[in-house]
Design a protein around this ligand. Structure first.
Ligand code: NAD
Ligand code: ZN
Length: 680
């Protein structure tokens, strides 16, 4: 990028301010621009440029690298070669020939509007209040009524070069206007200074919002539906957790998805009102929405008083109907050169009394899809309060969803990571082997739930991996069935489901038979044998409901097969875990769930087990200094290599990754070679 230009810097600041407030635009929606001059490095003369937010990215966090920089004379010269609306998409490629220097973002479809409108600064935004007017059946009359001649109505047109020409003509014909309402879509405002453009944008947004607040009917979504009110919080969350795996399975019939859940009152209020089925069926309207939310959501048509079983059965029926309906929409609208159908599953699932589940290829995409549907609810409330909600028609929605330019963008996306969309629950992951495993799974694209005894430690380990879109921490004692269920529920509410469990929580007491107390015995067996049983049982219930297969991996031990000294309680508990692998591999295979184990040995670095006394004890048993224990273990091995937590994590990834898809009931030793623990 060239060195920062004051016009560009001013544009970034304005964009960040506008994008920071969700009332002004939806996430990654809208774009802004500024025109100014810079010295042309080729001629040394001043050159007129337009800086415009490029394709992708969000106004709130826009940086200079997110701007496309074009020469204004060349951009405007495109008007002379424009071949007409039928071939307007070709103009996007032509923008590349207008770029000023290298770097910067790719010019977006909205570049024409910014370049062609004769104003130094232009903001194109998707505010809920503005889209409410834009999608009201009498939006044109409302625009006049609310704004007089200061804001002009532009009938719906798909974004592109022609829309840019239209808006440029409107600005020229209406010198008193500060912007326009784009039917079915959003707003565009302009100004001669950056400050004036921002002021005009905010004036349109706030004036529309104030008008709606003052003139809206009392119950825009109709009267309350008997029995559809939100359940009390605890029941709501429990119901959401009980339904989540089924719903994720429904959303993942064509390809696996990550989920996001919200029970915000904006959603439950909508679902508690009489008009919600009609409005949901009408679908969303803003062009940004269709790829993220699909044209319409799936709505459970039962009140929350229905049982979980009834709700599950009905959701499955509705999913079949949704897929048929979506295929019908595709077939009605597709032309021979349309891209292939991209999957017929819902991305938004609404459950009255409970909330909204939204889906995407990763957590952030799923969360944003949910935010977009909240935008749609706000838009529908505004439009219905003043008039009748009238989104763009189905054929236009299809032209956006299956737009060749959108398809090209999707084709350019990098290939997903091997564990993308997989949701992992790793127990004991605040330390040692579990932590290394959680880190590796996240690095391979999984969403990770870190469960450990201490919530603060679990949260800290999760924060080290990334924000809540990647990893969350929960506090749970794996030997307590209720705590285990709560941890699985937390996973399901955080990411929509669970499909990869690592039973790693453990601790180790090295005692001879005569020294081992009943309490020692119980503790070892409660945490490892019973704990992994409870975790696997609760997680398997969710996995079976999802019908998406899954993986369960036990971190067992060399000591599950090797008779180590002073090891009766620990070794027997590990042998119990090892046999669970075989038993459950046999039992869960019918559901596509693989169960495998890893047998580590001598992992001293990073291990809380070793630093917490076991290491000192082992060192004494073997007659070496504690600090040399890792090296001592290495010398004992066939390969003479020290085993680190990351080596165990590698084995976990191998077992659940893309290669060992046909392996179940296996234990993988990761011990640098210990002949006495060879498996046969
Ligand atoms: N370190 C080794 O050489 C070695 C060898 C073989 C097997 N293993 C097994 O690997 C696993 C991890 O061991 P590590 O060496 O990383 O130990 P570590 O102490 O570093 O980590 C174990 C984690 O489990 C957690 N934990 C303990 N009890 C729990 C409970 N009831 N509920 C939830 N979490 C609980 C602890 O808080 C800790 O964070 C254990 O199952 C251990 O038996 C370790
Ligand atoms: Zn737009």
């Amino acid at each position: 990028m060239p060195t920062s230009n004051p016009t560009a810097a001013e544009l970034i600041a304005r964009s960040n301010r506008l994008g920071a407030d969700p009332k002004n635009t939806n996430y990654a929606g809208g774009n802004t621009s500024a025109k100014g001059t810079e010295t042309d490095p080729v001629t040394g003369e001043p050159v007129e440029l337009v800086w415009v937010k490029g394709s992708g990215g969000d106004l709130g966090t826009l940086k200079e690298s997110g701007l496309a920089v074009l020469r204004l004379d060349r951009m405007r010269a495109l008007v002379d070669v424009y071949p007409g609306i039928e071939r307007e998409d070709e103009m996007v490629a032509a923008f590349d020939y207008c770029l000023h220097g290298k770097g910067g973002a790719a010019p977006s479809i909205d570049t024409a509007m910014h370049g062609l409108v004769d104003a130094a600064h232009v903001d194109h935004l998707h505010p809920d209040s503005g889209i409410a007017i834009a999608t009201a059946a009498d939006g044109e009359a409302l625009t006049k009524e609310i704004f007089g001649d200061r804001v002009v109505w532009v009938p719906w047109r798909r974004p592109g070069f022609q829309l840019g020409l239209d808006i440029a003509a409107i600005k020229e014909a209406n010198p008193q206007a500060v912007g326009c309402i784009l039917g079915g879509h959003g707003i565009t405002a302009w100004g001669e200074t950056s400050e004036e453009s921002e002021r005009n944008s905010l004036w349109i947004i706030d004036t529309a919002a104030a008008y709606i607040a003052e003139h809206s009917s009392a119950e825009p979504f109709g009267p309350a539906l008997e029995g559809y009110a939100a359940l009390p919080e605890d029941e709501r969350r429990a119901r959401a957790a009980a339904l989540a795996p089924t719903i994720r399975g429904i959303a993942s019939a064509d390809r696996p998805m990550v989920g996001h859940f919200t029970d915000a009152s904006v959603v439950t209020d909508f679902l508690a009102a009489a008009e919600h089925p009609r409005l949901a069926e009408l679908g969303t309207s803003c062009p940004d929405h269709f790829l993220r939310t699909k044209v319409k959501p799936l709505v459970l048509d039962l009140p929350p008083t229905a049982s979980v079983e009834e709700s599950v059965a009905r959701l499955k029926e509705l999913a079949v109907a949704y897929r048929e309906d979506y295929r019908g929409y595709y077939e009605r609208n597709a032309t021979p050169d349309s891209p292939a159908i991209r999957g017929a599953d819902p991305l938004i699932v609404l459950v009255p009394g409970v909330g909204m589940f939204s889906f995407g290829k990763d957590k952030q995409t799923a969360r944003v899809a949910g935010e977009f549907y909240v935008n749609a609810i706000n838009v529908m409330r505004g439009a219905e309060g003043l008039s009748t909600y009238a989104p763009i028609d189905e054929a236009e929605k299809f032209r956006i969803e299956y737009w060749a330019l959108e398809e090209a963008k999707l084709q350019r996306m990098p290939a997903p990571k091997p564990l993308a969309t997989r949701i992992a629950l790793v127990t004991g992951a605040a330390s040692g082997i579990g932590k290394a495993t959680a880190q590796r799974l996240a690095a391979e694209g999984a969403c990770v739930v870190i469960a450990d005894l201490d919530l603060a430690k679990a949260e800290a380990a999760a924060a080290e991996i990334g924000g809540p879109d990647v990893a969350v921490g929960v506090g749970a004692d794996v030997s307590d069935a209720a705590a285990v269920q709560a941890a699985v529920d937390a996973a399901v509410l955080a990411f929509g489901g669970v499909d990869l469990v690592v039973n790693n929580a453990g601790l180790s007491l090295s005692r001879s038979l005569l020294e081992t107390t009943e309490k020692d015995w119980d503790l070892q067996h409660d945490v490892m044998a019973k704990g992994s049983f409870l975790v696997t049982q609760a997680a398997a219930r969710a996995m079976i409901a999802q019908e998406m297969g899954g993986d369960v991996i036990y971190i067992s031990s060399k000591n599950s097969v090797f008779a180590g000294p002073n090891n009766v309680a620990y070794g027997a508990a590990k042998a119990d875990q090892a046999h669970q692998v075989r038993l459950l591999a046999a039992e869960l295979g019918a559901h596509g769930i693989k169960v495998n184990g890893v047998n580590p040995d001598g992992v001293v670095q990073g291990s809380g087990i070793f630093s917490g006394g076991w290491g000192a004890n082992r060192a004494e048993v073997y007659g070496v200094e504690e600090k040399d224990l890792g090296k001592f273990y290495a010398q004992r091995t066939i390969l003479k290599r020290e085993v680190l937590p990351s080596h165990i994590a590698n084995a976990v990834f191998a077992l659940c990754g893309p290669d060992l898809t046909h392996t179940t009931g296996l234990h993988v030793p990761v011990d640098a070679g210990v002949a006495a623990a060879f498996l046969r």
